[in-house]
Design a protein. Structure first.
Length: 204
C-alpha cells in the first residue's frame, strides 16, 4: 500500500493521525506511541451484563405468557387429575357455560327493561350485567354451579376443599368485566379464580 506522506507537504500531524486512524496494523489506542506501528492484542469479547440478561429473560417470559412445561398438564401442581371428573375445565367448556349464563341474563334484563330507545338499551345492558352477577353468584354460592355450568357439567371448587362462600359474588363480577377472566396462568385459572382461590373442574 502506498502511504501519502503528508508530512512532506507540511502536514505532519495529519500524517500521524491518518496512520493511527486508518492504517492496518496500527494500534489506535492511546497507549501506543504516535507514529509507530504497534499491533494490538486480539480483542476479548465483552462479558455479558448479568442485569441486562435478567431483564431480557423477564421481558421475554412476560411477552411469551405463562411458562410452558415440557411435561405435565393444567392442574397438576394443584393435585387435580389430568382428565375426567375433577380435572381442570377447558377454555371451550367454560366459554360455553358463560355464553349460556349471559344469554339468560340478557333475556331477563330485556323482560325487565323492554328497551325501545338508546338510553333504554344502555339501561338494559347495565341491568343484564347486574342480573348476571346476582343470579350466577347466588347459584354458585348455594350449589357451586351456574346454569351454564350445569349444562356443560362443570363446577366451581375451592382449592382448600372448603365451600365457595360469599366471595363468589366478587368472582362473578370479575367474570362480567371479561378482561380479568381472560388473564390465565398455566393452570387455566383467571384472575377471578386466583382472587377467590377457586378453580373450575369437570364433574361429568
Amino acid at each position: 500500500m502506498v502511504w501519502l506522506n503528508l508530512a512532506a507537504a507540511g502536514f505532519p500531524a495529519v500524517t500521524v493521525a491518518f496512520r493511527c486512524g486508518y492504517a492496518p496494523g496500527w494500534d489506535r489506542s492511546p497507549r501506543a506511541p504516535w507514529g509507530r506501528p504497534a499491533y494490538a492484542q486480539p480483542m476479548v469479547p465483552a462479558r455479558p451484563d448479568r442485569r441486562s440478561s435478567e431483564l431480557r429473560e423477564v421481558a421475554g417470559s412476560w411477552l411469551q405468557g405463562p411458562p410452558r412445561r415440557a411435561t405435565g398438564y393444567p392442574g397438576e401442581r394443584l393435585g387435580l387429575p389430568p382428565t375426567g371428573r375433577g380435572s381442570i375445565a377447558s377454555f371451550g367448556e367454560r366459554l360455553a357455560a358463560v355464553i349460556v349464563d349471559l344469554a339468560v341474563s340478557s333475556l331477563v334484563g330485556f323482560a325487565l327493561v323492554r328497551p325501545s330507545t338508546v338510553s333504554a338499551e344502555q339501561q338494559w345492558n347495565l341491568v343484564s350485567v347486574a342480573v348476571f352477577v346476582l343470579t350466577t353468584g347466588l347459584l354458585a354460592f348455594t350449589t357451586g354451579r351456574t346454569l351454564g355450568m350445569r349444562l356443560t357439567h362443570l363446577q366451581i371448587v375451592r382449592l382448600d376443599g372448603g365451600t365457595v362462600g360469599p366471595r363468589v359474588f366478587v368472582r362473578q363480577l370479575l367474570v362480567a368485566l371479561l378482561v380479568p377472566a381472560l388473564i390465565w396462568n398455566s393452570d387455566r385459572r383467571g384472575m377471578h379464580d386466583r382472587a377467590c382461590h377457586t378453580a373450575v373442574v369437570r364433574v361429568g
